[in-house]
Design a protein around this ligand. Structure first.
Ligand code: KIV
Ligand code: ZN
Length: 390
């Protein structure tokens, strides 16, 4: 039977930590609304103890978006952080507290300068405290892939007994390789299922060696039930696991993984372009799934093969990820009719009378400045116009 994999998007927490990726509260809400359209299961909205602004953004996201999607936020294993998470996510229907604490020797000795037992106790106390506030608590064993396995397991066992409902295994510094990471997940999963088969096993990978997607897929193959990702792989250093790559990897190779997600894949390109627009951080042109060239075939041999049958050189169709293969490029001379068509093709109501004219005037300004206006520009234009003018 196909397993359903839970997708947590952490673009607004791990992704937003990147220099230059800062978004204001309106932009975060706009992005969270798009994550909801994409149908992610959980949005990690921020790190509320880090600043008053972050606290406010998490609370607004929980309030405005947290009706059908679960909302979480990050806390270190200290009461004040856990309180900040609780206070900010509590307006959501299904709030989840996320606690992180290191398990590798280097974290225990250098970061905390305490004994292993004392660090483990901090984790247990944090989970027990979080459970007095909410039923759903995720525990992340930071730097798990560089941790001593028996200490890692002792920690997991103790925090599960203290009430953790999700265990997240991070490859914090992108050190793992797929076979080894898959094996780590297999071993943890085997013990965890014996201890408490209701606890969800999750993974969170970083891309320092370009292996985040491969490690995440290896983990799914070996029993992981939840994946943590960001759009465009945005994240510290070389980034996090790219959501679009994992989701399409599972979709295209569903028979191999026996697993699927609830993601509406047709929303992937829009979500990627919206993030680029909001942060100003471009996606490399040859990036899998969302790069400008991801579906472009330029060699004569490939074009000839595609004309005979698309499947000759295509493992997924551009339409499946929302990349319209027949994109019409608009200019300032395209006129109202063509603009209305482009807006409606994206699924928006273009409106009538003054409402349409205001939108069209914005389009003309953009077309004058940019010369060529693509579908993704029209998408930002409409969503942005509606977010700020309403
Ligand atoms: O990379 C990491 O270890 C994290 C944890 C908070 C999950 O981001
Ligand atoms: Zn991370």
């Amino acid at each position: 039977m196909t397993r359903s994999i839970i997708v947590l998007d952490t673009t607004l927490r791990d992704g937003e930590q990147v220099p230059g990726a800062k978004m204001n509260v309106h932009q975060k809400i706009e992005f969270a609304q798009q994550l909801k359209r994409l149908n992610v299961d959980i949005i990690e909205a921020g790190f509320p103890a880090s600043s008053a602004g972050d606290f406010e953004s998490v609370r607004e996201i929980a309030r405005t978006v947290g009706d059908s999607v679960s909302i979480t936020a990050l806390a270190r294993a200290v009461k004040s952080d856990i309180d900040a998470v609780y206070e900010s996510i509590k307006p959501a229907q299904n709030p989840l507290i996320h606690i992180v604490l290191g398990t590798s020797n280097i974290h225990v000795e250098k970061k905390f300068n305490r004994s292993k037992d004392a660090v483990l106790q901090m984790g247990v106390d944090a989970v027990k405290y979080a459970k007095t506030l909410l039923p759903q608590v995720q525990y992340s064993t930071e730097d798990a892939s560089r941790s001593d396995f028996e200490y890692l397991w002792t920690t997991i066992e103790a925090v599960v007994k203290a009430g953790a409902t999700m265990i997240n295994i991070p490859d914090t510094v992108g050190y793992a390789v797929p076979e080894e990471f898959g094996e780590l997940i297999r071993r943890i999963n085997e013990r965890l299922k014996n201890l408490n088969d209701q606890v969800i096993l999750s993974v969170h990978c970083h891309n320092d060696l370009g292996l985040a997607t491969a490690n995440t897929l290896a983990a799914v193959k070996n029993g992981a039930e939840k994946v943590e990702c960001t759009i465009n792989g945005l994240g510290e250093r070389a980034g996090n696991t790219s959501l679009e790559e994992v989701v399409m990897g599972l979709k295209v190779r569903e028979n191999y993984f026996n697993a699927s997600t609830n993601i509406r894949t047709k929303e992937l390109i829009k979500t990627s372009r919206l993030l680029t627009y909001l942060t100003g951080l471009d996606v490399q042109v040859n990036k899998a799934i969302t790069g400008e060239n991801a579906f472009a075939h330029s060699s004569g041999i490939h074009q000839d093969g595609l004309l005979k049958d698309k499947q000759v050189y295509e493992i997924m169709s551009p339409e499946e990820v929302g990349a319209d293969s027949m994109e019409l490029i608009l200019t300032a001379r395209s006129g109202r009719h063509a603009f209305r068509n482009a807006v409606e093709k994206l699924g928006f109501d273009a409106g009538e009378g003054e409402e349409f004219e205001a939108l069209f005037a914005k389009f003309l300004q953009l077309a004058d400045a940019k010369k060529e206006v693509y579908d993704h520009d029209v998408f930002y234009l409409v969503t942005h116009h509606r977010t700020y003018e309403d």
